[in-house]
Design a protein around this ligand. Structure first.
Ligand SMILES: O=C(O)CCC(=O)C(=O)O
Ligand SMILES: [Fe+2]
Length: 301
């Protein structure tokens, strides 16, 4: 099935029809006024080619740190050649308190080239936390897992669901991506011992009931389109062309119960470090899952 495509999506409709029910959607016109020419390989190479960036495999294991220009030279314009490494740049803004090759400087320089989408809530946000009366802005507020994704044709982000039940938005600038989506209810067919099935070559011993899992959506995201991945949904993303995208995650107050339930049930999840980083000014750097949940519930009750 194809994902519903909408235009002119208001925040009210997004929250009521997609965010609260947890329904994926593709927004076709939210990037119309953006400077798309700044999200091309040529422009990024010219302006940012000397930056060192982190290069991952098809999940989230770091492989190397290389200059952006080197990656583009060896991976773009090649086609998915047999034997070519399918490494993937995921260049995130700061996610934790360590010195790393974060993209904050890049995003500061690109701030004028794109804007906070009109449908995306800018208040009632739990992660990043926006105090009452405040307004988040994707260009000024720090969001979790906000990053520039750069990947050669054939590269892939294997099936996964995003951390701590957070929602994600993926904006496609350059090239097409094939997107497969499974509902949260299919977890039993897709996950085992914290590992996810590889939908392109499922291991029948580890995932014996994979074929009984229902694929909800199979679609292609085109340049200029944005997709919303609701929290808990499993997604596999494959680059049909050389590709450039931006993504970020968020937890909205409407999903607070699910978020708190998740963190209370997974107090040792290593991604909680990221939640703490985003809430450290309010709950402290050592906050336990229940303190985080208690703080957010008190703010949105
Ligand atoms: O674009 C990709 O390769 C993966 C995107 C994704 O997983 C996300 O935005 O949550
Ligand atoms: Fe994801």
């Amino acid at each position: 099935m194809k994902v519903e495509r909408v235009e002119n999506l208001s925040e009210e409709r997004f929250v009521a029809e997609f965010l609260i029910p947890g329904k994926p959607v593709i927004i076709t016109d939210a990037m119309k006024k953006w400077q798309l020419e700044k999200f091309t390989p040529e422009f990024l190479k010219k302006e940012f080619g000397h930056y060192e960036v982190q290069v991952y495999d098809d999940l989230f294991d770091l492989q190397t740190i290389d200059p952006l220009a080197d990656y583009l030279e060896s991976n773009f314009g090649k086609g998915a050649e047999a034997g070519r490494s399918l490494h993937y740049i995921r260049w995130y803004t700061k996610l934790k308190e360590i010195d790393f090759f974060w993209s904050d400087e890049l995003f500061a320089e690109l701030a004028g080239a794109w804007q906070h989408p009109g449908f995306l809530p800018n208040s009632s946000l739990a992660v990043p936390f926006v105090p009452e009366g405040g307004q988040a802005n994707i260009n000024e507020t720090h969001f979790p897992y906000k990053g520039l994704f750069i990947s050669g044709k054939g590269a892939r982000t294997r099936l996964h669901r995003d951390p701590f039940n957070s929602n994600a938005v993926l904006c496609q600038f350059y090239g097409r991506k094939k997107v497969l989506l499974y509902a949260p209810s299919e977890a039993g067919h897709l996950m085992r011992d914290g590992k996810f099935v590889d939908v392109e070559s499922p291991d029948p011993d580890a995932f014996p009931t994979f074929s009984r899992g229902t694929l909800a959506y199979d679609d292609v995201l085109h340049p200029g389109e944005m997709i919303f991945f609701p929290g808990g949904w499993f997604h596999d993303v494959k680059c049909l062309d050389d590709s450039i995208s931006i993504t970020w995650n968020f937890v909205h107050a409407s999903g607070l119960d699910r978020f708190c339930e998740y963190i209370n049930q997974h107090p040792d999840d290593d991604q909680l470090e990221i939640v703490r980083f985003f809430l450290r000014d309010w709950v402290g750097e050592d906050a336990e899952a229940r303190d985080i949940a208690g703080f957010l519930k008190s703010k949105f009750s």
